[in-house]
Design a protein around this ligand. Structure first.
Ligand code: PLP
Length: 387
């Protein structure tokens, strides 16, 4: 059997990447001013059927600007998931606002039942503002993460958000290509349902620009403001007049050249990820005490990450990761809860139950689009022989 290293999730750059990047270098357009940037923005907007898109340096900066565009200030609170990557939460603190940590459901995304209960029982709705009774803070926004390429329950979440006048930032950094096939949002892509949506093109995401991000919205005015904030808030470019505190967050032409080549392959990447997902799932679901977590019914997922769940055994997670490592296979546990991390000690949490349960039990197994069937089978062999 092959002993070659199998990585968890690595870039796949076998399309026009070199051609477009070479062109950017040869034409000497490498900074944020190059033509690939607006081209990539246009192509992403077309792909997710948004009116437009605004590029950023990464997903984190996209989230930062999105929260500012929701009007979040240091006086406010933002509802966030606890079972996620920390970049979904840190931008709330960049602004000086406070997070309120919400539980997940079995989709691993935010639990709308608890969200509603929190709004109903822990808050007062005063003059159109939702106020957390415990802290007195105005809950202006929430960050909804579409975990591992799944879709959060956006029908229920948007109903709650509209009822309580909360802005919704969709963290679709893991879910580019995921869309609803059924229901009220049929045909709608992750990121295009809330007030703003954010994508990431980090090296481990489904397509990569090395590092990069994108903001989408259905509101052109919001997008114009996003562009303004990401480009140093120039009121009069020629005369260096600025009317706000802006950021140097725009993507560079080199990044966008990569992105354009990657986007051409996105649907093929999803096909590979889907096939590998089913190969894992068909085998693992037959094993005792293990299953691969489903994606939501009524969606087309991008199948970004696969979650193997230890149903009864809390020690299995770390032992399997070790065992895979000994076989030159990279895997990882799901994230540590953000509400348990040092900078968030003492933060407001609401009835966290499922998130800690999944935290102890989920292993993410290799899911690169470079992974072939033989690779999946090698991982499966280790899991099959695991005690
Ligand atoms: C990757 C990721 C981000 C941040 O994206 P970067 O481009 O790495 O800044 C934010 N939230 C989640 C859930 C992510 O997985």
């Amino acid at each position: 059997m092959s002993d070659e290293f199998i990585a968890l999730s690595v870039p796949n750059l076998k399309g026009n990447e070199l051609k477009y990047v070479t062109d950017a270098v040869e034409t000497e357009w490498v900074s944020t001013a190059g033509p690939y940037v607006s081209d990539f923005e246009k192509k992403i907007a077309e792909y997710v059927k948004a009116p437009a898109a605004v590029s950023t340096q990464n997903g984190t900066s996209a989230l930062h600007v999105s929260l500012l565009l929701c009007g979040v200030t240091r006086e406010d609170a933002v509802i966030v998931p606890t079972l996620t990557f920390i970049a979904a939460v840190n931008p709330t603190k960049y602004i000086g606002a406070e997070p309120i940590f919400m539980d997940c459901d079995d989709s691993l995304c935010m639990d709308p039942v608890k969200l509603k209960k929190f709004c109903e029982t822990e808050c007062d709705f005063v003059n159109g503002n939702l106020i957390d009774r415990t802290t007195g803070r105005h809950i202006k926004a929430m960050v909804v993460v579409h975990v591992f390429g799944n879709m959060a329950d956006m029908e229920a979440i948007m109903d709650i958000a509209r009822e309580y006048n909360i802005k919704v930032v969709e963290d679709a950094t893991e879910a580019l290509g995921t869309y609803y096939t059924e229901g009220r949002y049929a045909g709608k892509f992750a990121g295009t349902i809330g007030d703003l949506g954010c994508y990431s093109f980090n090296g481990n995401k489904i397509i990569t620009t090395g590092g990069g991000g994108m903001i989408v919205s259905n509101n052109q005015q919001v997008l114009d403001h996003a562009k303004h904030l990401t480009t140093q808030a120039k009121a009069d470019q020629a005369n260096f007049i600025h009317d706000e505190i802006g950021f140097n967050y725009r993507m560079t032409n080199l990044q966008a050249a990569l992105g354009l080549a990657q986007l051409e392959q996105l649907e093929d990447f999803i096909k590979t990820k889907e096939a590998n997902y089913h190969r894992y799932k068909d085998a693992i679901d037959k094993m005792d005490g293990l299953h691969v977590q489903d994606f939501r019914d009524g969606i087309r997922s991008n199948y970004w990450f696969y979650s193997v769940v230890f149903e009864n055994d809390e020690t299995g997670r770390d032992r399997l990761i070790e065992e895979l490592k000994e076989n030159h296979i990279q895997s990882r546990p799901i994230w540590g809860l953000i509400s348990d991390q040092v900078p968030y000690k003492g933060a407001r949490c609401y009835e966290l139950e499922k998130a800690p349960w999944y935290w102890h039990r989920v292993v993410n197994v290799p899911c690169s689009t470079n992974l072939d069937e033989a690779g999946v089978d090698r991982v499966l062999d280790v899991i099959r022989n695991f005690k």
